[in-house]
Design a binder for this molecule. Structure first.
Ligand code: SAH
Length: 391
């Protein structure tokens, strides 16, 4: 039976753990056994020795990320169980045997009870990204779990964790080798560059929002800002948009967008591409768009950057609201975990007030259901979106 080192937390800090919040902050720790190092798996107790949970120890503000609230003796079977549950959820969502979509998120960190781990499935290749040393130590277990869940369908496992934290090593194949990297999403083809692209290669969290956009894109002049690999552009073109302008500051992202447009049947749509800063582009671009997508990277990576992030959201939303034709629609997003929906909506409202135009909210959006968030962990709702109608 494995023995894990113990951490004791203060009496007045146990409520969040009892309510299944998956983080223990460093200030909550009363004492800990000697020799505990970053990345160790630890047991968490209250001051009187009652067992509370098991987690990975980190030497930062979030001192323990919790994996289980029951006693655990075998980490491998704990992980296997969680992988199986995650897979079963994706099956219930209609994603694991789907003719028109073969990429989805299998493990969404806290949302699947595995803080610090992301696994995206790309038609036979699982791309993993670990965000803690604790998960880094479990890489072998993670590969076993993937083999257990997928069997022969698993062709390769690519570890895309380099640079996420120090000590994460090189990006590399943990199993298999590079194979077909074209996937289908809602029947559209995408080339996924998991080796050199951003994150695990594709922003799968926007799948349902891209599908919603297709409902409104017919005959529209569309501006897709922060386009990356052209996800929204492909959907808009397939829906019969008149014109789609894709903007990204990264030349390789624009190259990927072009490839993805070419992979799909888009002959009725005039596509143009701009390798440019979006803030700049919006100051001089045409003012005849009637559908604009604003999907920037996380402007705030932590609390201290939150205020300037909110100002940046306000600025791009102001520019878009000011520019769009009357009757136009804006799909506007924030993926900053520390900017909650109220703050984001406030930033967009401030932009609308400044632009002095009537703006209505048609829908409030989030990440797709294969990116679940635990109800006990509101921080897990990192992607927020609004569909605006501007008159
Ligand atoms: N909407 C995309 C994902 C966007 S990711 C999708 O559905 O796949 C954010 C993108 O913004 C990245 O490609 C990054 O290169 C780009 N980016 C970041 N800052 C930028 C800026 N100031 N101007 C233009 N593009 C920017």
């Amino acid at each position: 039976m494995t023995q894990f080192p113990k951490i004791y937390i203060r009496r007045n800090k146990i409520d969040p753990v009892k309510r299944f919040h998956p983080w223990i902050f460093s200030g909550a720790i009363k004492s800990q056994e000697e020799g505990i190092k970053e990345g160790d798996t630890v047991e968490v107790y209250n001051e009187t020795g009652e067992y509370l949970a098991l987690g990975h120890y980190n030497a930062n503000n979030i001192a323990v990320k919790l994996l289980a609230y029951e006693k655990v003796t075998d980490i491998e079977s704990l992980f296997l169980n969680k992988f199986q549950q995650a897979y079963d959820l994706r099956t219930r969502l209609g994603l694991t045997q789907c003719a028109h979509t073969n990429c989805y998120r299998l493990i969404n960190a806290e949302g699947d009870g595995l803080p610090g781990l992301i696994v995206d499935w790309y038609n036979g290749t699982a791309v993993i990204q670990v965000h803690s040393l604790g998960m880094y130590h479990q890489k072998e277990t993670i590969v076993h779990c993937l083999q257990g869940v997928y069997g022969d369908r698993l062709l390769a496992v690519y570890d895309k964790s380099a640079g996420v934290m120090p000590k994460m090593g090189q990006n590399q194949y943990l199993l298999g080798e590079k194979s077909d990297n074209t996937v289908l999403e809602n029947g559209h083809s995408f080339l996924i560059d998991w080796e050199t692209g951003q994150k695990t290669g594709f922003f799968i969290d926007q799948r349902d929002n891209r599908a919603l956009l297709s409902k409104y894109a017919h005959n529209k002049r569309v501006l897709n800002t922060f386009a990356y690999s052209g996800g929204f552009s492909v959907y808009a073109g397939a829906a019969g948009a008149l014109r789609v302008d894709s903007v990204d500051s990264s030349a390789s992202a624009i190259d990927l967008s072009k490839e993805n447009i070419a992979l799909n049947d888009q002959k009725d749509t005039a596509h143009s591409f701009y390798t440019e800063d979006v803030f700049e582009f919006l100051t001089h671009c045409a003012a005849d768009y009637n559908l604009i997508i604003l999907d920037p990277p996380a402007f705030a990576k932590n609390i201290s950057a939150r205020h300037s992030a909110v100002m940046a959201y306000k600025r791009i939303n102001y520019q878009a609201i000011k520019k769009i034709e009357a009757g136009g629609m804006i799909f506007t997003f924030s993926c900053s975990q520390v900017v909650n929906i109220d703050l984001f909506r406030g930033a967009v409202m401030a932009a609308a007030i400044e632009a002095r135009r009537p703006v209505r909210i048609l829908a409030q959006l989030g990440q797709g259901p294969d990116h679940p968030a635990s109800i006990y962990h509101p921080e897990g709702h990192y992607l927020k979106g609004l569909v605006l109608s501007v008159d």
